[in-house]
Design a binder for this molecule. Structure first.
Ligand code: ZN
Length: 459
């Protein structure tokens, strides 16, 4: 068996495995996509699945196990998003199918995706700012998985409306085609229509979906609405009945109708809807998007954000019935979340320092030190929240980052210095064109960068 490890590209933070395969195809020089699939998966019938691909153990072996199956699944597919709200047995079954191989559509069917009213997006999406940042950091753009989550219309990091590409999300038509973002003709893409009035609501969905995707080390995320929650919000009558009319009215006032309709989550107070079913807490599986909407409306967290919370979360897992049984305990838990931000600031600072040091030590393929890069590389067990969102509560970390974050110019200067040091090891004279090439820079450059460039070639 030929090991492809030397040829397969490293996967970037938040990159879809689909995207890595597309980049591999481009670099391989293969004329047909089927050839690429054959190289990576052997004779298996593997389709170009965007969200929940399978046969990953085989791929991992072909790549000399440099990419562990668990990393591929947890960091480069949408599995962490979907597994958050399903019973553990089912989650394990899906994980197994993704690892060992599944017939086409099997994973999706198990999750009830084809039957769901919430349809998968039609096309792959990307963020204009991520595109540019990735280009300057990695010298190429790539498909982010957080942009491909159903209901996500803006970038969770930059809060920009995502751009819909012409690359199909489902494998119905082009079963074996992996298309890279760089090969996309930008002019053909269109902006997604996100109404400015609902920007905050779309941002909430994007951020919470991102949190779910990032929750690599958490076994269990569970947001269920207990009777205690309903009681606290005055949605229970004295006899313990649910006051649906008030609840539905409040829900519809909290979100706008258009927004809910766009997400295929509209709620009608005349008939039994998904919200009725979710509140009643029967055994049905609900789409994560609906959990997100309900949790935000009820003012609940999806992820109990703390390292000590992980154990609690494991204990907290269960269905609504169990939750009812333990309602006193869970009520106490949800009222006293771990929110010692002073302590968090210290832990985060250590982590951020570590990540910054690591980024700086990458001499061959330098990355710009940006808030997004640092955040993406943090150990999520130690920093189990979105750094960008919580920076105002972390003064020490914030001060440190303010000093460390590089502007494009500063990053270009650092690249010049690194390239010059590399060339100086081999040659006595640093030639201008060679230095620019080694640093991956093109003119025209900003004044301060030109200044540095001149200094370096003089030397
Ligand atoms: Zn972005």
């Amino acid at each position: 068996m030929i090991l492809l490890v030397a040829h397969f590209p490293s996967l970037y933070p938040d990159e879809l495995l689909y995207s890595g395969i597309a980049r591999y195809h481009q670099m391989s020089g293969n004329t047909s996509q089927k050839q690429t699939v054959k190289e990576l998966f052997g004779d298996r019938l593997v389709c170009a699945t965007v969200d929940l691909p399978s046969h990953l153990r085989y791929l991992s072996e072909r790549l000399g196990s440099v990419f562990k199956v668990n990393d591929l699944i947890m960091k480069h597919t949408l599995y962490p998003y979907y597994r958050a709200f399903i019973p553990q047995v089912k989650a394990r079954k899906i994980y197994e199918l993704m690892s060992e191989g599944a017939s086409q559509g099997e994973v999706h069917a198990l999750l009830g995706i084809p039957a769901s009213l919430i349809k998968l997006p039609s096309y792959l999406k990307y963020c204009r700012v991520c595109y540019e940042e990735d280009f300057s950091t990695y010298y190429e753009p790539y498909w982010h998985r957080s942009h491909q989550v159903p209901g996500v219309c803006i970038c969770p990091i930059h809060k920009e409306a995502l751009i819909e590409s012409t690359v199909s999300y489902t494998t119905r038509e082009k079963k074996f085609e992996f298309t890279s973002l760089v090969s996309l003709e930008k002019d053909t893409a269109i902006n997604l229509c996100v109404q400015p009035d609902f920007l905050n609501q779309y941002a909430m969905v994007a951020e919470r979906s991102y949190e779910l995707l990032q929750s690599v080390n958490l076994d269990t995320i569970y947001s269920s609405i207990s009777k205690t929650d309903l009681h606290e919000k005055e949605y229970l009558t004295g006899l313990g009945r649910i006051r649906f009319l008030k609840l539905i009215q409040d829900f519809n006032a909290y979100y706008s109708q258009e927004f809910l309709k766009h997400l295929q989550c509209a709620v009608d107070d005349q008939c039994e809807t998904w919200l009725h079913k979710m509140i009643r807490g029967n055994d049905l599986i609900f789409h994560p998007l609906r959990h997100i909407l309900l949790a935000d409306f009820m003012g609940k967290n999806l992820i109990l954000g703390s390292t000590t919370g992980i154990e609690e979360m494991e204990m907290n897992q269960g269905k609504w019935q169990e939750n009812n049984r333990h309602e006193r305990t869970s009520a106490r838990r949800s009222r006293t979340p771990f929110h010692d931000w002073k302590k968090r600031d210290m832990v985060t600072l250590t982590e951020v320092r570590e990540v910054t040091k690591r980024i700086k030590s990458q001499k061959l393929k330098p990355q710009r030190i940006s808030l997004a890069t640092v955040s993406k590389n943090l150990n999520k067990t130690k920093v189990p929240f979105v750094l960008e969102k919580c920076l105002h509560k972390l003064p020490k970390t914030k001060r440190f980052l303010e000093k460390e974050i590089e502007t494009t110019e500063q990053f270009q200067i650092r690249r010049l210095e690194l390239a010059a040091a590399r060339i100086a090891k081999e040659e006595t004279k640093i030639e201008g064109w060679r230095l620019l090439k080694a640093a991956g820079l093109n003119s025209p450059l900003r004044e301060s960068v030109v200044e540095k460039f001149k200094n370096l070639i003089l030397y």
